[in-house]
Design a protein around this ligand. Structure first.
Ligand code: HEM
Length: 179
């Protein structure tokens, strides 16, 4: 069953405190392992997003009506976006000590998804949960509870940044083409 949280009124976002040096190192070390398996991990994350949260498929013209995980996995549009997500995360992870770069990446991402693709921002939060889940399962030897906590913080920071860009560009639910 699809359950979504996060857009309820009063769901105020608190920007997490900046990452500590130790957290940064934990994220970068664990990411190195994940990124070695970039294609498989990216596809696993997106297939899980689209299977567990079917409404997230609405934005993707080529597979919005596909339900079968195996068929989703073969979709060229899904695989392309998986790649973009992994490369986006890679750039952010590589730039953890450069807050201006992080801000500019989030700005581009937020603007493209709000203005061009009209994606509800809550899907970034949902995707964060799926990323954590898949990393924890597929890389359990490196994603210890402490490492997972650092990732939780980074993903919350990304989501807050994206959300701020959505606000800046005047996002409102009514701008969504799906109503
Ligand atoms: C960390 C999260 C994400 C990253 C790094 C990312 C990255 C990207 C990039 C680089 C593009 C191409 C940008 C452009 O058109 O200028 C793109 C396109 C797109 N993204 Fe994302 N994305 C993310 C999350 C999401 C989410 C959560 C959704 C919706 C559920 C989404 C839906 C789309 C759609 C519909 C397109 C256009 C696809 C197409 O034309 O084939 N993205 N994304």
């Amino acid at each position: 069953m699809e359950r979504m949280q996060g857009e309820a009124e009063g769901d105020h976002l608190e920007r997490p405190s900046p990452l500590t040096d130790k957290e940064r190192v934990m994220i970068q070390d664990s990411w190195a392992k994940v990124y070695e398996n970039c294609d498989d991990t990216g596809v696993a994350i997106l297939v899980r997003l689209f299977v567990n949260f079917p409404s997230s498929r609405q934005y993707f013209s080529q597979f919005k009506h596909i339900e079968e995980p195996e068929e989703l996995e073969r979709s060229a549009q899904l695989r392309k976006h998986a790649n973009r997500v992994m490369n986006g995360l890679n750039t952010l992870v590589e730039s953890l000590d450069n807050s201006e770069k992080v801000a500019s990446v989030l700005k581009l991402l937020g603007k493209a998804h709000a203005l061009r693709h009209k994606v509800e921002p809550v899907y970034f939060k949902i995707l964060s949960g799926v990323i954590l889940e898949v990393l924890g399962e597929a890389f359990s030897e490196v994603v210890t509870p402490e490492v997972a906590a650092a990732w939780t913080k980074l993903l919350a920071t990304i989501y807050c940044g994206i959300n701020a860009v959505y606000e800046e560009v005047g996002w409102s639910k009514h701008s969504s083409s799906s109503g």
